[in-house]
Design a binder for this molecule. Sequence first.
Ligand SMILES: C[S@@+](CC[C@H](N)C(=O)[O-])C[C@H]1O[C@@H](n2cnc3c(N)ncnc32)[C@H](O)[C@@H]1O
Length: 403
Amino acid sequence: MAVQSILDALGVNSRSQKEVSRLADECGISRETLAYLHRSKKLPSVKDLENLCQATDKDLVSTKIRLGLVDESVIARLDGREPIPPNSPKKGTNRFKPDLSTEAGKLFRADCVEYLKTVESERYDLIFADPPFNLNKTYASKIDDSLAEDEYAEWCLEWLDECVRTLKYGGSFFVYNLPKWNIPIGEFLTKRLTFRHWIAIDLKYSLPIAGRLYPSHYSLLYFTKGPKPTTFTPDRMPMEVCPKCFGDLRDYGGYKAKMNPEGVNLTDIWMDIPPVRHSKYKRRKEANELSIKLLDRIVEMASKKGDLVFDPFGGSGTTYAAAEIKGRRWEGCEIGPVDGIKQRMDGLDEEKVFIEKYRSNYNSLFPPKTKVERVRRKLWTCESVREKANGSHSNGTLELFEN
Ligand SMILES: C[S@@+](CC[C@H](N)C(=O)[O-])C[C@H]1O[C@@H](n2cnc3c(N)ncnc32)[C@H](O)[C@@H]1O
């Protein structure tokens, strides 16, 4: 949380709608965002703050201090040095040409921070970021993946800040990383956005390490700009049953009749995301490709058709493929070669079929095949427990069903 709210730090009368609206319009920030930053004492991005200070004729360094933000420019001021002046904000100077354009999206071979600097504030409905994890991996882009820890953290704050700025009010931001990095990333984002979830993706990613627990989950952080997301439509999952006998894996006791026939609520532990390891399915072995199942779920949950999705770290283009298949618009950057993404976007039919196949099991407690098997084996179904609860088993059919 900031020490002072942004409007108080700028000396703006927060009760004057006219003043707040004028400031918002002048800085290209929505009124809702400005009111949210003020009310919840959240921090704006660096570039938005520079614009706000310029529009109100306030000293940037003093305003940072009022907000409780200590950075190099504040330290320079304390040391009596002149802080390096910020780059004057540029509006509408997008010098990037897309390397790939489809009807729905644009891919730029570019450094995402450089690209984002040319993008207006509050452009994207959904941002998903899967950066390199600083694990000394070899990328086709030849980026340095073994930075000193503070250098890596500093670089993360740069692209995170730009993602915060370019996210729409009500938009959602997901960051996929190791728990170790998502702790400082989460701390940075909590001061700027609203925390929703730490989702654990159950995937083993190294061999067991002596003297440590076996690392078995990746962290997926989920934040929104504003108190709640504009779109939140999580899939409901089928109830887990034994794959052989289709029986219950848990004792649902007296709760069976209360279970939603449309499926179980999605939890914050995702056990069903497969690794992409097989070379046949992996487009670029250096790209650390994620399963499209993960991106399909995120895109479905946090955006609607026609929304604009952004991914700063293209890799093999999984986010763009999911967005394209699901009727969202998309934009993305990849600093390395983009031929793999181009090829992938040319032939999405197989991935579309794959998604449709597993999605046919979603949003139903017992998908068709499971239901047939359970009826055949006289196991309970939503209909049987409801009929039983309503006392309508006088026709003798329900005595057939197990409790
Ligand atoms: C972990 S991979 C992303 C994989 C992607 N989610 C997928 O499923 O295919 C990270 C990617 O970010 C790219 N990258 C690294 N630094 C970048 C930067 N500054 N701007 C844009 N892309 C960058 C790397 O070249 C790499 O392909």
